[in-house]
Design a protein around this ligand. Sequence first.
Ligand code: GUN
Ligand code: ZN
Length: 469
Amino acid sequence: MTDIHPAGGTLAIRARVLTYHAHPLLAGVDVSHRYIADGLVVVRDGVVEAVGEAGELLPRLDPSMPVADHRPHLLMPGFIDPHLHMPQTQVIGSYGTELMEWLSKYTFPEESRYGDPAVSDAAARFLMAELLRNGTTTAVAFCTSHPQSAESFFTESQRLGLRMVGGKVMMDRNAPPALLDTPQRGYDESKDLIRRWHGNGRLSYAISPRFAPTSTEAQLEATQALAAEHPGLHIQTHLSENHGEIAFVAELFPWAKDYTAVYERYGLVRPKALFGHCIHLSERERTALAEAGATAVFCPTSNLFLGSGLFDRDAALQSGLRTGIATDIGGGTSYSMLTTAAEGYKVLALRGQKLRGHAAFYMLAAGNADAIGMGDRIGQVAPGFEADFVLLDTAATPAQRRRAERVETLEEELFVLMTMGDERNVAATYANGRKVHARGMYGEPPERLDQPAASRSAPVCQGGEVQAR
Ligand code: GUN
Ligand code: ZN
């Protein structure tokens, strides 16, 4: 990758700049964001130093600072994906089942391969490249129960300088023997991975009991001990995704008044605990999660694909439950956070709820950063924040350009971008101030090849090279 990023993570980027610092639905759209039509973002050693009008900042810039001119592209904080599965890149699109059958028929057999370092290294490399191609710079990932899978995940994240969160899943029942650990092994292996990887550069460890049906009470007790020993760590699991799953939990834990109560009993409902799906929660469960400072993660493409149900965003908002939005690869069907937002819109539409462009783009970075408890360092293009960016070409295809002719406001531009957009709109991705992806790297057409070169209208995009002024 050394050929595509300047060394040192020090540069200035000129582009349209859009960043959110508050929830548009709670604070009001106008005070939630900053938009600079001709902006300059100055990055030093991987951290944002200044953001402002290009006309004001350029004259004051150190003459040795390289400037990449990306007008008219839109620079935003890198997207954050708070729930996906590293070992499910070859499960996506498995036909015709709902959650519990999908797990046993497709997912568990596939995950059984991940004790092999060749398999898990290749998957980690593919996953990171694909995330960057989609403008995602941070993800919270489940690996498999094999420590090797987490090893591969963290090694590749570190090689690319990415802020990533992950953990090996703990599971000791109701799955094939090749995937089962034990309460003691799950604890020991997690503990060892925490020691080696948590806080190592930009990496964080997430304690990862897969979900209540695949852990015995003895394992949940061991998880409770691990979580208590590491109070600042993320916890990730699944909750209330599917009716069959909920009935199974009621059978396995007859003493629990509901699904959430199982996790509460074992001390797993707390800040930075991320609960995937949360579709069929009762009011009590929502309130309990909210009061504990936990997070619900909405996974629209997965929920539609597996027929799991329609997330109730408004109920989450009303109970003060922090909510993220995620791909859930590979129950989910797209790596693109743009597509994820578009499908989120449709899920909410079926519930009579709305997701406007500003609210969606807030969620994809600042909102998700807040949802995973990292809102003080990622998710904004602002001084002091880490320089993880996505550079978006908002009219990348003929259909998008035709639609763009009738776009009048930023809100409309954003809504069309999420509805029609995907990785084709990602012109470049930066992590830690370094360019880690540029459109065209994988042989796809780099620019607008449907028009004769002379009439191409993107005036200043130079395919992402850093230019001297
Ligand atoms: N619940 C437990 N494991 C999984 C998984 O891998 N995917 C989804 N969507 N739900 C789960
Ligand atoms: Zn999941």
